[in-house]
Design a binder for this molecule. Structure first.
Ligand code: ADP
Length: 528
């Protein structure tokens, strides 16, 4: 805008200059100093200037007052009628008067053009300056408002932040306090546990001592009863016979009680660490059967023992404790069986929930059974089922508690299925003994399953037969026999082209589901 004003301004200034040059030449011509030709040249230059179009798309001619054009016309006419060369003195008088009028008009108009333009330009500059000033003021206002807002925001954020810090500090303090209280509580609980453990140990020591003290005289009493029995002639005095019999039975029950309490307190004792050795359950069970056969024969109960010769039944544990388990269970089975019945003992290798090998012993009788509601209490100390009490079958209610404790120590499981008046089955599952090599193989199963899942999932249909073959073999080697054979069977089917593409896809999905579920089971149960 300023540049265009300048350009128009130079146009106006040049016009003024050419007008001045023209009127000066004209005056000099009138004074006889220059020729008509000189004046005509100036006039031509002025005409040229008047035709120039400026940046505002206007010629100077169009900008000038009509008075100026009229004056030019008069000057042109006078020049035209004058002779060439210097103006003769005779002519000067006639022209000069007329010339003075248009010369002052030309000079006046061109000067006033400059002045008017100057004023217009000044006004324009003032307007621009005012506009800039008001814009600057507005911007300044905006800037100040922005600064005020920013300050308010910073202040507000600061206050919020401080409050937050304060709240967090309070929260941390309260958490620390709670933590300290919890720590103190824990210390108290620990102390209570220690005290209780000490009390329990003292109780165990006491029970142990009392029972030891009881056992010695009791053994002596039983010895004397045996002596009495041999001294007293059987059948001579039925009253004496009955008394000796009652004393004998009660002494034996008492001895059984003392022995059981001693066993339990030994098992409860912290010092009790079972001997860890390889135990063959076939010999443990055979020994127990041997010991209990006389008792079974008395009631004509036949003890049967079944197991497969192809497997071994080794577990890791304490042979004496394990013998006690089987003695208790088989003696119960015999004790609660009717005459002329059978007690069946089976020994087998099975897999537990985590797919680990275990040895299972099941002892089944067809005796009095256990009322269903009472089964959950069976392994509690001194518990005796109502039907056993009603039938006055002797016992202490400690045998199964001892069994449960020993099985627990051996990381096994005991379970019962029973139906009143029909019989019971007690089943003991113990982890099978495994060599370090077998253990390593077991540990690798998760990895093998992972590999099998990836390989089977990502295999092209064309390679599936070979992948199945390889993975089926690997799963079998790592003890996942069932899955292994399933995979190998699929490989065989693919080899004999017995299945179509849809069935292949369906079977792959099902197989992957089975592999995944075993994988999850092994992983979740921590069998790695
Ligand atoms: P006890 O046999 O000395 O009474 P146990 O602890 O061995 O003590 O058994 C607890 C109770 O469990 C028995 O009194 C009996 O009621 C029941 N019981 C155990 N084994 C059998 C069984 N084979 N048949 C029926 N009941 C049984």
């Amino acid at each position: 805008m300023f540049t265009s004003a300048q350009t128009t301004a130079s146009s106006i200034i040049f016009t003024q200059r050419e007008s001045l040059a023209y009127t000066t030449r004209y005056s000099m011509w009138l004074a006889g100093l220059v020729t008509k030709r000189d004046v005509e040249i100036s006039r031509a230059i002025l005409a040229q200037r008047l035709n120039v179009i400026d940046i505002e798309n206007l010629s100077m001619g169009a900008r000038l007052d009509p008075e100026f054009i009229e004056a030019l016309r008069v000057s042109d006419r006078l020049l035209e009628i004058s002779p060439d060369g210097y103006l003769p003195k005779s002519k000067v008088g006639a022209i000069r008067e007329e010339a003075q009028g248009f010369i002052s008009t030309l000079l006046g108009v061109s000067r006033s053009l400059v002045v008017a333009y100057q004023q217009e330009l000044d006004q324009h500059l003032v307007a621009v300056a005012e506009k800039r000033q008001s814009e600057s003021l507005r911007n300044l206002g905006l800037l100040i408002s922005l600064m005020i807002l920013t300050t308010i925001f910073i202040f507000w954020s600061g206050i919020r932040f401080l409050r937050q810090v304060k709240r967090t500090q309070i929260y941390i303090d309260s958490e620390l306090e709670a933590l300290e209280i919890a720590r103190e509580e824990l210390a108290k609980v620990n102390l209570t546990i220690l005290t209780l453990e000490e009390l329990n140990d003292t109780k165990n020591d006491f029970i142990s001592t009392v029972n030891h003290e009881l056992r010695t005289p009791l053994t002596s009493i039983i010895g004397y009863i045996e002596l009495l029995k041999s001294e007293v002639e059987q059948g001579k005095d039925s009253k004496i016979d009955l008394i000796v019999d009652v004393v004998d039975k009660n002494a034996l029950v008492l001895l059984d009680l003392v022995e059981s309490i001693l066993s339990l307190s030994r098992l409860d004792s912290k010092q009790n660490k079972p001997i860890e050795e390889e135990v063959n359950l076939i010999s443990s069970l055979e020994k127990a059967i041997f010991v209990l056969t006389p008792q079974a024969n008395l009631n004509n109960v036949d003890i049967k023992f079944a197991f497969s010769q192809d497997s071994d039944y080794l577990v890791m544990g304490d042979p004496n404790q394990l013998s006690q388990v089987f003695l208790n269970l088989i003696s119960n089975a015999v004790k609660f069986s009717p005459q002329n019945s059978e007690v069946l003992i089976t020994l087998s290798r099975t897999l537990n929930d985590q797919m680990q090998n275990q040895i299972s012993v099941a002892i089944t009788d067809s005796g009095i059974g256990i009322p269903e509601k009472e089964i959950p209490e069976l392994f509690h100390r001194f518990f005796r089922a109502s039907n056993a009490v009603n039938k006055q079958i002797v016992g202490t209610g400690l045998g199964l508690a001892i069994v449960a404790k020993i099985v627990e120590i051996h990381k096994g499981k005991i379970s019962v299925t029973s139906q009143e008046n029909h019989g019971s089955t007690f089943r003991v599952d113990l982890p099978a003994f495994i060599t370090p090599l077998e253990q390593r193989i077991l540990d690798s199963r998760v990895g093998v399953l992972e590999r099998a899942i990836t390989a089977i999932r990502d295999s092209e249909i064309g390679n599936l037969k070979d992948v199945y073959h390889e993975m089926g073999g690997a799963l079998g080697i790592y003890g996942l026999d069932e899955l292994g054979s399933q995979v190998l069977e699929l490989s065989r089917k693919l080899a004999s082209h017995q299945i179509d593409a849809t069935t292949i896809a369906d079977q792959r999905v099902k197989l992957l589901e089975a592999l995944n579920s075993t994988y999850q089971r092994l992983k979740n149960k921590g069998d790695i």
